[in-house]
Design a protein around this ligand. Sequence first.
Ligand code: NAI
Length: 480
Amino acid sequence: PIAFSDFKVADLSLAPFGRKEIQLAEHEMPGLMAIRKEYAEAQPLAGARITGSLHMTVQTAVLIETLVALGARVRWASCNIFSTQDHAAAAIAVGPLGTPGDPQGVPVFAWKGETLKEYWWCTEQALTWPDGQTPSMILDDGGDATVLIHKGVEFEKAGEVPAPETAADEEYRIILELLNHTLSESPGKWTAIAATIKGVTEETTTGVHRLYEMHRDGRLLFPAINVNDSVTKSKFDNKYGCRHSLVDGINRATDALIGGKVAVVCGYGDVGKGCAESLRGQGARVIVTEIDPICALQAAMDGFQVTTLDAVVAAADIFVTATGNRDIILASDMAKMKHQAIVGNIGHFDNEIDIVGLAETPGIVKTEIKPQVHEWRFEDGHTVLMLSEGRLLNLGNATGHPSFVMSNSFANQTIAQIELFTKTEHYPVGVHMLPKHLDEKVARLHLDALGIKLTELRPEQARYIGVEVDGPYKPDHYRY
Ligand code: NAI
């Protein structure tokens, strides 16, 4: 390997610390390590050029090095301005064989606390391969890499990019500026990239939602695998991951005692279920808001009061949004909150909380307590504590989900990459799920580490319930 400079991270000297944490994480990620072993010889990703856009954490470092161990070349950016763990990014740039002065790892463009402009620059760098090469695969979380390519192709077809001044918000203005630049400096760039992409594997609910919309409208340009809805992803990472990392984020941000407080969780999907359970575990009295009667009833059956935000906004101490929807907590809601109420979002995008409206509130004053924790003081003197400026607080204020649960998610990601890269013809343009036997395989890879003893189905039992002894054990419509 030759030392290189094709990366941008905060501080390369953090690499040895990052490497130590990566080594600890490897032990906690048995699924990924088993996949490395299984495919060490076959090298199913040999020749793949994977662009990743996913939180650059220690766990993601183990994913990246798994893809490399399977033969892929990789370029990476984070999918959130606050989620990068700088020591993990440094260790990835340096690589297992390099030293901070002699980086020999993977081109990674990510640091904690990017501006939005830097964020989109990083995404573009991850998509821009050297020597005129283009990516063959996208590994996405939230869809930003996929959406950038699609917007680029759309404007290249039209022959022009709308003027940035016409953008509805600051972020879209930045995207239009970027695309204006590529249209004049490297015309045809996005069309060329889209043409070589065999597919995208998408990590999260919000990204998957965007993919289904694009496909519905006939705009999707390449096949996609919905990793989120593998059972071993959404029913584990979204739920048990958030059960761990939500309170971790609140604690690191505020260190306020959660026990005895009234906490409101908006949304009782997979993420909301994990959040509500973790807050209750700390002794909070948890109240849920929902729009879906099924999830509302589930929350009630699980023992939570279910009501509207309006009914409790003036009485609660902690507010968490987990809906994947916009405008859940408005500035006018925060105006009614108790002094020093804690407000945070754990959904993918920051539009769940109306930060723009908050900033425009007459007389409001924003004070930084520390990075990713801000006090907003209203004219009447009461304040709210905003976590991670409304961006996902478990990654902004803490370190996201722990390794063991991410091993499940990333084993799905790796298997999905192998599927799309090696069986391209099985996956026409559209949004696909991994077959159930692979979902079960991911779970199986994690049993030993927890000392789980599985009961073996006897052949006559298998016949009786109409399955094979080796699975799959459930029909596709089963909901777990
Ligand atoms: P989900 O679809 O299972 O749950 C969202 C729930 O919010 C649904 O039950 C929906 O009915 C409800 N909802 C929608 N609008 C609402 C409103 N106005 N008021 C109250 N409830 C409302 O989605 P999931 O998997 O729970 O994901 C939620 C968000 O979290 C997504 O943006 C997803 O991408 C993100 N996510 C974040 C993670 C993290 O580590 N921070 C991990 C996994 C997902």
